[in-house]
Design a protein around this ligand. Sequence first.
Ligand code: HXC
Length: 257
Amino acid sequence: MAYETILTETHGRVRLLRLHRPDALNALSVQLITDLNAALDEAEAAQDIACIVLTGSDKAFAAGADVKEMQGKSYLDAYLGDFVASWERITQMRKPVVAAVAGFALGGGCELAMMCDFILAADTARFGQPEIKLGIMPGAGGSQRLTRLVGKSKAMEMCLTGRMMDAAEAERAGLVSRVIPAAELVAEAIRVAQLIAGMSLPAVMMTKECVNQAYETSLSEGIRFERRLFYATFATPDQKEGMQAFIEKRPPAFGNR
Ligand code: HXC
């Protein structure tokens, strides 16, 4: 399906979603979030898709929520409309979503990247929560996810000053998993996503659920949760195939069941 503000490509079992508002540095308008959510619904439902890559342009992953759209909102518009709630669709994805970030990932753009399962950054990437400079504050999880990812000191400094972090600092701080030369970013993200898509889909989904559980619960509960799902993998044909293939020294042929 075609969208106004999202470009889509399919590479084998990987769906690439590209934020596309070139005149506004991919500012996250209502239309863009609506399109993104529809594209995510479509990828989640597609039987032949196992992993999603979310990217932007060379200049911007996304420069934040659309300031021009938000500027006139009253408190009641914001509160009753609860417009940020629709941003959470991506956090409910059961298939993995890899963010491939080049250029600016600011405000809501940084928050959207952090909602993905991990971030691959181009060496041009710049992350920040500049909302304070607009007289507001992060509103789509920035104060929470950034703090969990990089620690209180750096998150507090970034949120209070609006300072941007470059890709090298983001990698040192644990915000991104790896830094990649900008020209290779999308190809490398697709390669990594294809690697994931080649694993057993139920094992991938259970693994994602477990890692995310680490943020939601105590260590002992998380370990119990992990053990339950670990045992559950033994109910799948893919466990039999994966271990048999290892023993026979051949690549596994997963059936994703
Ligand atoms: C609307 C935006 C935008 C944004 C850029 N543009 N960011 N429009 N909302 N967030 C538009 C500009 O108005 C301009 O349009 C065009 O994109 C190019 O931007 P420039 O500023 O000319 O580019 P440049 O000089 O290279 O500067 C890049 C930039 C700057 C440093 C990223 O654009 C910037 O500071 N943008 C705002 C970043 C920000 O404050 N983000 C947080 C938003 S609040 P025209 O028409 O003039 O060419 C937020 C809260 C989220 O995200 C909370 C949950 C909802």
